[in-house]
Design a protein around this ligand. Structure first.
Ligand code: FE2
Ligand code: FE2
Length: 170
């Protein structure tokens, strides 16, 4: 158990270091104001996806550009509206928000090819263009996994959210 917590600490520190400029950005911070699933904010969801992408990548023991994967994961849902507001009438949200996130993120950050691919294709297979990089595959899997945990509200997911709060991330 202690080992597991040490690993979680280390992953969260990695997120902090590699994503520091993204996390410090005001627009990124504004994602705290939007709900993603249940009582989880989009900011919390983005951090959680980043965390799980690192977990998956390390479990697979393959080389990844962790900095690009972290930045892409943090920015994968970089859009500023309530997607689940019934009055907003956004029936195509599932198909369009990745493109909108990429547009928004490109206006604020200098993005490399991996980061752009992660953001643009994280909704695969709903958006049918397949990922080009393994970093995108891991973020895509982490997004679905994290969303599932947020919806069913697991204790483990809550612990990860709490740990991120403790290091001042959320
Ligand atoms: Fe998304
Ligand atoms: Fe997401």
């Amino acid at each position: 158990m202690a080992r597991q917590h040490t690993d979680q600490d280390e992953l969260i520190r990695t997120m902090c270091e590699l994503g520091s400029d993204v996390l410090a950005n005001q627009k990124m911070q504004s994602l705290r104001n939007y709900r993603q699933h249940g009582d989880v904010s989009r900011y919390e969801h983005s951090l959680s996806v980043c965390y799980w992408a690192l977990v998956i990548a390390r479990a697979m023991r393959v080389r990844v550009d962790e900095r690009s994967m972290v930045r892409g994961a943090l920015l994968h849902d970089f859009f500023m509206y309530e997607w689940n507001d019934p009055n907003a009438r956004r029936p195509l949200h599932g198909f369009t928000h990745a493109g909108e996130a990429l547009k928004n993120a490109s206006e604020v950050f200098e993005l490399n090819a991996i980061e752009r691919d992660v953001i643009k294709k994280h909704m695969f297979p709903m958006n049918i263009t397949p990922p080009r990089y393994r970093e995108t595959v891991f973020v895509t899997l982490a997004d679905k996994w994290s969303a599932t945990l947020e919806v069913i509200r697991t204790a483990r997911q809550r612990r990860i959210v709490r740990m991120c709060r403790m290091v001042g991330l959320m």
